[in-house]
Design a protein around this ligand. Structure first.
Ligand SMILES: C[C@](O)(CO)[C@H](O)COP(=O)(O)OP(=O)(O)OC[C@H]1O[C@@H](n2ccc(N)nc2=O)[C@H](O)[C@@H]1O
Ligand SMILES: Nc1ncnc2c1ncn2[C@@H]1O[C@H](COP(=O)(O)OP(=O)(O)OP(=O)(O)O)[C@@H](O)[C@H]1O
Length: 280
């Protein structure tokens, strides 16, 4: 077998998440600051001569055809008329349905990796547009840079955010993103702000109050983390995070709250290694 292309499929945090209004297609206009993290799933890609796409291991309870990794590979194959296939291996570290963008990141990593291995030569913008069909969070991972985002999350301006350490904890529950966006009590009328305001002032996550009221496990995580810092929700949850002054501090808090809560310590990363593979 040829040499694999090995890549980190990073997580993201939403440092702020403002929901401004509902769009005619049911989606919402958002403003968010995406912080990429130097922590994620490990993926390896092997190009093959047959058109077959395989994933090892497959995800329990999720048919291969519904996995965003498989969907991304098929989409690229179909869009470009490419006749190569691939074997993909993954070591999954990111919680599913955690609001850290695991599925979207896997899809983006797959698009960029296979575009490189198959020499399909799509540019970053074309891959991001293709990725948007798979999820609103895919484009930011394709471009591989922390960003200020508007629209449904696809209008991106890369930003360099200050270096930080985060403790991210995963309450023992799953949040269905669509359910939160459908909920009548969701705050969806936050006035638009400028990128300057976003970068210089604190902002809220408009899903936080609703999600805390619906999910007792998430409320419990907020209360526990509040003993150490200012807890925040990422995306629609379920993960709750807090900024820490150092890696050691983050690890100490995690040790204190284990085994009641599981989580991970991660460093802010403005540029993902994926961006090296992109054709501009
Ligand atoms: C909440 C965030 O994680 C913030 O980064 C994202 O906006 C969600 O991104 P995602 O998981 O990639 O979202 P998608 O898979 O595209 O959409 C899941 C569901 O969320 C809702 N949705 C998502 C994004 C958006 N701007 N408006 C929405 O209303 C839609 O009901 C959709 O059916
Ligand atoms: N490769 C994948 N990794 C994780 N989840 C996947 C994948 N493919 C499909 N899914 C499905 O997508 C759902 C959402 O997973 P994901 O981990 O992306 O959630 P999330 O972190 O809340 O994402 P976001 O922050 O983008 O809303 C999962 O419950 C799972 O059924």
């Amino acid at each position: 077998m040829n040499e694999p292309l090995k890549l980190l499929s990073p997580a993201k945090l939403n440092l702020i998440l403002h929901i401004n209004h509902r769009l005619d297609n049911g989606y919402h206009h958002l403003q968010t600051l995406f912080q990429l993290l130097n922590y994620g799933d490990e993926m390896s890609f092997y190009s093959t001569e047959s058109e077959c796409i395989t994933l090892t291991p497959e995800f329990p309870g999720l048919p291969l055809e519904q996995n965003l990794i498989y969907k991304a590979a098929r989409l690229l194959q179909q869009h470009t008329g490419c006749h190569f296939g691939c074997n993909i291996q993954i070591t999954k570290k990111l919680p599913q349905g955690g609001g850290v963008g695991g599925g979207s990141s896997n899809a983006a990593t797959t698009l960029v990796a296979l575009n490189h291995l198959w020499r399909t030569q799509l540019k970053a913008d074309e891959l991001a547009k293709l990725g948007l069909q798979l999820g609103a969070d895919v484009p930011v991972f394709v471009h591989g840079h922390s960003a200020w985002a508007e629209g449904v999350g696809e209008k991106l301006i890369p930003v360099d955010l200050p270096h930080k350490w985060f403790l991210v904890i995963k309450p023992n529950t799953h949040v269905a993103t669509a359910q939160i966006f459908r909920h009548p009590d969701l705050t969806r009328n936050t006035p638009l702000i400028t990128i300057h305001t976003a970068l210089t002032q604190d902002g809220q996550n408009d899903c936080e109050n609703l999600v805390r009221s619906l999910y007792p496990e998430i409320e419990k995580a907020f209360k526990r983390l509040a003993q150490y810092g200012t807890p925040k929700l990422t995306g629609t949850g379920a993960c709750v995070y807090t900024e820490c002054s150092s890696k050691a501090e983050a690890e100490q808090i995690l040790a204190d709250i284990s085994p009641e809560f599981e989580g991970f310590v991660a460093e802010a990363m403005n540029k993902s290694p994926l961006s090296e593979l992109l054709t501009r």
